[in-house]
Ligand binder design. Sequence first.
Ligand SMILES: Nc1ncnc2c1ncn2[C@@H]1O[C@H](COP(=O)(O)OP(=O)(O)OP(=O)(O)O)[C@@H](O)[C@H]1O
Length: 239
Amino acid sequence: MRVLEAVALAKRFGPVTAVEEVSLTVAPGEIVGLLGPNGAGKSTTLHMILGLITPDSGSIHMFGQELSRHRTEVLSRINFAASYVDLPGVLHVREVLDSFARLYGLRRPRVRVAEVVELLDLGRLCRRRVMELSSGQRTRVQLAKALINEPSLLILDEPTANLDPDAGDRIRNLLVQVARENGRSMLITSHNMQEVERMCDRVHFMSGGRIVAGGSAAELTGVYGAASLEEVFLKVARS
Ligand SMILES: Nc1ncnc2c1ncn2[C@@H]1O[C@H](COP(=O)(O)OP(=O)(O)OP(=O)(O)O)[C@@H](O)[C@H]1O
């Protein structure tokens, strides 16, 4: 069974057509990239899949269930991280993670919080307030929060955008490890084509609200006669 199947999604904001006829799938354990230039419609697509905004038309099924009809059940099995989503700044990191563990109704919240603290190397940040953290440190807290309910589908909007090269590399390795070892699926947007080549099994390119190309990095570089995914991006974005 597919983890995600979105069919013919469309969304307009007044005169702006943000997304049109977008269909995509994610299989169990698969990491899928959603790429495209600024304003292509990537975040709008993710926000529809997350149930944050309602599509004008189209359908979204996750784990075989339609999102609009089984919202609570479906959303309890996914999670999301993006640098533009604020965490409560006055809370300590530990309090944030404890709160989300309780919100998700985890059976052993303390154990899971300890696991994600270890996974994201947050031990020294646990007693600090979120508002005191650097943007890269906040990103790690966001990812810990996103993993706390052991989601079957993790949706990440530019997961390493604020991280230095070393931290970015560690997080990429960690996410791939989590996907491979635990069979978690991921849908990721990124402007870092090396990251996408490193992490993603398949990608969809969006432009002007539509999906205009798709496949593995090897397939796309072959089809476009390009040396890298970055070159494919430039060809797609400029065509
Ligand atoms: N709430 C909104 N109201 C009006 N227009 C919106 C809204 N959200 C998005 N848009 C418009 O929809 C289009 C797609 O935006 P979206 O944020 O999905 O693009 P994106 O591919 O995620 O871009 P970026 O790479 O810059 O994050 C843009 O033209 C944007 O201005």
